[in-house]
Structures are given as C-alpha cells and as structure tokens.
Design a binder for this molecule. Sequence first.
Ligand code: AOS
Ligand code: ZN
Ligand code: ZN
Length: 388
Amino acid sequence: MTTLSPEILGTLEGQAIELPSWAFGNSGTRFRVFPTPGTPRDPREKIADAAQVHAFTALAPSVALHIPWDKVEDYGALRSYAEDLGVRLGTVNSNTFQDEDYKFGALTHHDERIRRKAIDHHLECIDIMHETGSRDLKIWLAEGSNYPGQNDMRARQDRLQDSLQQIYARLGEDQRLVLEYKFFEPSFYHTDVPDWGTSYAQVAALGDKAMVCLDTGHHAPGTNIEFIVMQLLRLGKLGSFDFNSRFYADDDLIVGAADPFQLFRILVEVVRGGGLNNPDVAFMLDQCHNIEDKIPGQIRSVLNVQEMTARALILDREALDAAQQANDVLGAHAVFMDAFSTDVRPALAQWRESRGLPADPMAAYAASGYQQKIAEERVGGAQAGWGA
Ligand code: AOS
Ligand code: ZN
Ligand code: ZN
C-alpha cells in the first residue's frame, strides 16, 4: 500500500472545499427537473445537508449562498444556525440572470436604470456578506448577445468596468470580489466576460481585492485549463475555483468524474504555484445533481478533490525537475504519470479512520439513515433556482 508522509497528511488536513447551497436543491435540464425525495425546502435545510457532507469528510466547512435563492429575513440567525451545525457561511453569489429587466444585460446594460438596479443588487449582496461573515462576492454574468451587430461590445466592456468599480468601492476591508468567466451561454454569440483574459483585465483595473474565479466547466473543449491556473497563480489573481466536470457544455457534473486526469493536472499546478491551502485561493464546488442524490453527490465530489490533491502531492518533484533539466521528455512524463497512476485510496481511508472519520464516507452516509429521514420528513422540496 502506498503511504502518505506526515507532511502530505498535514497538508491534506488543511484542505477546505466550499459547497454550493444550490447543489442540494432539485435541478435538471430545460427538458425536465426530476425531484429527489428529501430535497431541502429552505436555506436552513440546504445548510443542514451541507453540514452532513462535512461531518462525514471533514473537508467542507463552509457553504456558499446565492441571492435571492437563499434570501432570508435574518442572516445573523442563519449564520448562527450554520455555526451550530459546524459549518460557516461562505461566498455570496449574485444573480442578474432571472429578472425580466436583465434580458439585454445587467452590469453592461445601456439603460442606466437597469444598470443601476444590477449594481444595487450587488451592493445588497455586500450588505448581506457583512451579516453572514462572508469574505467573497462571486459575480457570474449571464450577459452578452446572440447575433453579430446586436450590441456594441466595446461600450459594454466600459460600462462593465464602471459598474464593477462602484461595487468594488463598497467592499469592506477584508472582503473580495471574484469575477467568473464563461465562454458561452446563455448568450451564444458573445459573452461579456468570456475568458480569463477579460476577467483578469477587468479585475486588475479594480485593485487587489478583485480576483478571477475559474470554473472548470467554462472552457471550450481541449482548453489547457492547467495552463490558465498556472498563469493566474503566477499573476497572483486566482481568487477561486468553481470545480465541476463537463463532457459537452456547462454540464456541472461531479468534479473529477469526466476527466480525473485533468483534475490531477490542475491540482499539480495548484501545488506548484502555492495555491493549495492558500487563503487567497478558495476551493469551491459548482455542481448540480440532476439524477443522483445530492448529499452523496457532494461527498463524492470532495473526496475526488482530496484524492487528486494527494496524488498531486506525491509527485516526485526532484525526479521531475532532473528529467526536465536533462530534456528527458519521456522520463519527465513517466514521473508525472507515476503520481497520477498511484492508488492513494487505501492510505486515505486509513488516515481518515485514524482521525475518527469513516474510512468510506460514502458507505457511512448511506448507512446513517439521514437520507431516509429527510425523505420522510421533507415534502415538496424546492428547485435549486435554475428555471425556478
Ligand atoms: C454559471 O454558469 C456559473 O457557473 C455560476 O458560477 C453559478 O453556477 C451560478 O452563479 C449559481 O449561482
Ligand atoms: Zn460557476
Ligand atoms: Zn457554470
């Protein structure tokens, strides 16, 4: 059995992966949303489910909120509720994609009334962050155009910068803004923040408290995502990850499910660039569980990240460096593949047990009876928000 050094285990112990509240709601495609028994009916129940993931893995100590999907009267009370369950409230995600006014844009809109409304929504999110104790405001924009000539793309970039500056000015001392990019959808011709370069240009003009959010599902097929990770870390601008998997589009599948090797390659660059357990680089999941149970879906996801992190940590850097220096192409590749091909699961299971955690969190959750309990107790669980 492969063993993991105390140093590696110490690093793994510090790993924290934030869960998205919306992963616990029902979601689906535009064709059908299949309801799952036991689905949370309100933000508290989503947090309770997220706390289960943490209880079985010790990997997920915080939950990201989405406004307005997680809107409540009293955020202080929600915060205490979460903390009593052993988790804290994390990133606040804004939403400018479900309001009729935003059909043709929000932070980029040429109509000053609509743009003001979208900016004000973000200011409200920052006010909420003060109450929830959240550090990061995550902005993903669903704006763009469908046809060439439809919009003045240049003017939209200028208005976006102005809007972001107004939002940035409201951030507290210890708060940050992370700007997510996505190359298409819901707009199909142009998206106002389509790539890391645009996100970087926009946040770099704001200041140190603005960073890029990299969602692993938001790139064209074949994109070398680990190169982007390397570059953003090198520039000190990688603020957060939204981890998920894609086969075709923005599939939001379980991280590491579609391409475990890609997840490994990304984590190798994270380790190389000092991004692991670095408070400046938030690890988050952005997933939707359409047909599988949500809590075990999230448990599987955080375990996948942990497993690939362990493999990235066992990469023999000295041997790799030596091979690279000698221009030993196949030797360097072999060192890299050795780490990826190493089965660290038995060592991780043993280590979990030594810390009082279940060796197999998936099996332990299934045996816990929680899923049956919520299925009986909760009737009429809510949709995650997409299309709601
Ligand atoms: C959308 O495609 C993005 O991935 C967003 O990060 C996210 O799914 C949304 O903002 C949910 O709040
Ligand atoms: Zn995302
Ligand atoms: Zn997405």
